[in-house]
Design a protein around this ligand. Sequence first.
Ligand SMILES: Cc1cc2nc3c(=O)[nH]c(=O)nc-3n(C[C@H](O)[C@H](O)[C@H](O)COP(=O)(O)OP(=O)(O)OC[C@H]3O[C@@H](n4cnc5c(N)ncnc54)[C@H](O)[C@@H]3O)c2cc1C
Length: 199
Amino acid sequence: MEAVLSREQRPWVVLLDPGCFAAWSGAAGVAKVENVAVEAPPTRTTVTGVQAPKADEQTIRPDAKLLFVTGAGWTKKQADGAVHGAEAEALILGFLRATKSSLGGSKSLVDASGEGEAVLGFMTHLNQIGQTGSTPRHRKGLSTCCHGEEPHVVGWRFVNERRAINLDANCGWARGKADVLYVADAFEVMHHVNRLLGA
Ligand SMILES: Cc1cc2nc3c(=O)[nH]c(=O)nc-3n(C[C@H](O)[C@H](O)[C@H](O)COP(=O)(O)OP(=O)(O)OC[C@H]3O[C@@H](n4cnc5c(N)ncnc54)[C@H](O)[C@@H]3O)c2cc1C
């Protein structure tokens, strides 16, 4: 739509609510459509490249049967005093590929990934569950190496069947936030589970 405004002072356009004046009852006018060639001004935006998450590894699956949540514990020093990032990646991806579960993460874990630490490469902020993350609607959830603090667990409010694996028998999940808490080493448990799944 094009308009020609000749007034120099405001208001240039006045909008009236219907009913303020009687509706136009004269003959309909004739609109003449005219093509106007437009020359776009030069753009100031320069494309320097494209950054996108790895398209080959889909981890967020709203229709999955299980929400598999990973916490910062996967990237912390373990009983032998060492960090096992590569092993954690292999275990988590193995489980996801075998079960087609959806991957969630705690804030601590996704923040660490975003800060470029040598941790789970496939984890992004889109995976974060919780108060400042997402609130997925999977029926079942399994939390691993995640403490189960309130800002995280509020993101689980639609997940009805909840289990967690944590070394700490006093973690948040133990305080009524999970139906079952396995007090165990998630590395060991997931090794065993993946073996059963043939992953
Ligand atoms: C305003 C605000 C908003 C927040 N929003 C969010 C949010 O949206 N989502 C969110 O997640 N957090 C949120 N947080 C942060 C939240 O309070 C916690 O700090 C965070 O969830 C902790 O993440 P974590 O449990 O993964 O890490 P940690 O607290 O470091 O816990 C790691 C856990 O891993 C366990 N562990 C370590 N090794 C093993 C092993 N081998 N096997 C089993 N268990 C192991 C440890 O026992 C520990 O319990 C928010 C905080 C604030 C203040």
